[in-house]
Design a protein around this ligand. Structure first.
Ligand code: PLP
Length: 449
């Protein structure tokens, strides 16, 4: 990567003049011009390299420019670059078969979308059509996508500016022992009380009106909240009891992030619908979808499914998805994630608790961890307030800046830093990146009492 100041200036100028960016006040951002990437690293036009500890938006599971994925897309582009969804395609069919092969239970059919938001959109539509009910329950501290129904499902501040969205969506509290909504002090208490709360919400909202519960298996952006044992089976049981469709949003955690094909595999539950995107092909070409249980899929055997997309199961995206399966199987990616997670990441970040007073809690699974930063370990006061912006958010900005200076691109959200590198990161780079974060935490420590 050679420095190229002219290219840097041109990319910046075009971007600032003409590209309208997501979730931003356009004048308050300064997007980094990226010149290239390879594996767990990308670089800018000055030649500065960054370890990508956020896997872009936690989608780049197989890293930048994986040769197998690039070749699969190139090969497919040479064979048949596009085909409309009402026709059958070899790569679409093969990818659906492979996904069904690793999905739990009788989830055997796949509806392909362009990403995660529309996967949730169509999953909810299926649930509403099958149950004949309209209300949908989703958790506070969740993200389900930026468009119509998914932003209404979302339980974080990104929903607020989109209110009033969908009045048939209601929110509930999921388990989060560190900041328990139920004053619980043990996982057992948290599980029991969270399930009692959910059942109360179901009963009081009217069980007969509720089509679906939408739940991230491990809450992603809102905190890497790993559900305590028994919670997800409890949700499954409530859905069965009240005839509610259980939709597991695995957009961020599916396809290996936690060392399983799907995070539900680690909790021994089978949802009715699983939504996926991101890791299915590392986002090389936009792709998402809904994996559908036989009960729901067969409902539409003789009833028209009211939905569709021009690019559903796009061949370039599906070819990259098939290559993803080949790489996962050949290179033992799931085993690697479990090994690196439990042998390298977990002991390292748990060890930091002894040295960094700003570290309130660490939690996670596989190559997906959260560091919860606090000003005071006893009161658990967050290092920055919920949804902080500007000066209030400065301490987290300083931690992020320390990481970037040292050559690591972090994933930051509110008072948390998440650790989510590509699943192909070398052990050496993983250790090096963790050491950079270790150093950057001393910046947060200065704010801690
Ligand atoms: N669901 C979850 C859990 C996500 O993390 C995301 C994206 O971050 C989405 C849905 C939305 O996916 P997309 O941005 O592909 O629409």
């Amino acid at each position: 990567a050679l420095p190229d100041a002219a290219a840097d200036a041109q990319v910046r100028a075009d971007d600032r003049a003409h590209v309208f960016h997501s979730w931003s006040a356009q004048k308050q951002i300064d997007p980094l011009p990226v010149a290239g990437g390879d594996g767990a690293t990308f670089w800018d036009y000055s030649g500065k390299r960054y370890l990508d500890f956020s896997s872009q938006l936690v989608n780049l599971n197989l890293g930048h420019q994986h040769p197998d994925l690039v070749a699969a897309i190139q090969n497919q582009a040479g064979r048949l670059a596009t085909i409309q969804p009402a026709m059958a395609s070899d790569v679409r069919g093969e990818l659906a078969r492979r996904i069904a092969g690793v999905a739990p239970g009788d989830l055997e059919r796949v509806f392909f979308t362009n990403g995660g938001a529309d996967a949730n959109e169509f999953a909810v539509r299926m649930a509403r059509r099958v149950t004949g009910r309209r209300t949908v329950l989703a958790a506070y501290r969740s993200y389900h996508g930026g468009s119509g129904t998914p932003i209404a499902l979302t339980g974080d501040p990104r929903r607020w500016a989109n209110e009033p969205g969908d009045p048939s969506v209601k929110h509930f509290f999921g388990p989060y022992l560190y900041r328990s909504a139920f004053s619980a002090t043990t996982e057992t208490e948290e599980t029991r009380r969270a399930l009692e709360h959910l059942e109360n919400v179901i009963v009081l909202e009217g069980a007969s009106t509720i089509a679906a519960i939408v739940l991230e298996t491990i809450v992603g952006t809102n905190g890497v909240l790993v559900p305590p044992p028994g919670y997800l089976p409890g949700v499954r049981a409530l859905c069965d009891k009240y005839g509610i469709v259980y939709i597991a949003d695995e957009v961020m955690v599916g396809f290996g992030r936690t060392g399983h094909w799907f995070a539900v595999d680690g909790f021994d539950v089978t949802p009715d619908l699983i939504t996926f995107a991101k890791g299915v092909n590392s986002g090389y070409v936009p792709l998402g979808g809904v994996i559908i249980s036989e009960r729901i899929a067969s409902f539409f055997d003789d009833v028209v499914f009211p939905g569709g997309l021009t690019y559903s199961g796009h061949p370039l995206a599906c070819a990259a998805g098939i290559a993803t399966f080949e790489v996962f199987e050949r290179d033992g990616i799931l085993e690697r994630v479990r090994d690196l997670g439990s042998r390298v990441v977990e002991p390292t970040v748990r060890g930091w608790l002894e040295r960094h007073p700003s570290l309130g809690e660490v939690r996670g699974s596989g190559l997906f961890w959260a560091l919860e930063l606090v000003r005071d370990r006893d009161t658990r006061e967050p290092l920055v307030p919920f949804n902080a912006t500007g000066a209030d958010a400065a301490p987290m900005g300083e931690v992020a800046a320390a990481c970037k200076v040292a050559g690591l691109w972090p994933f930051m959200h509110f008072n948390r830093m998440h650790i989510a590198p590509p699943l192909v990161i070398s052990e050496e780079d993983l250790v090096r990146g963790l050491a950079i974060i270790d150093d950057a935490l001393t910046v947060a420590d200065r704010y801690a009492r």
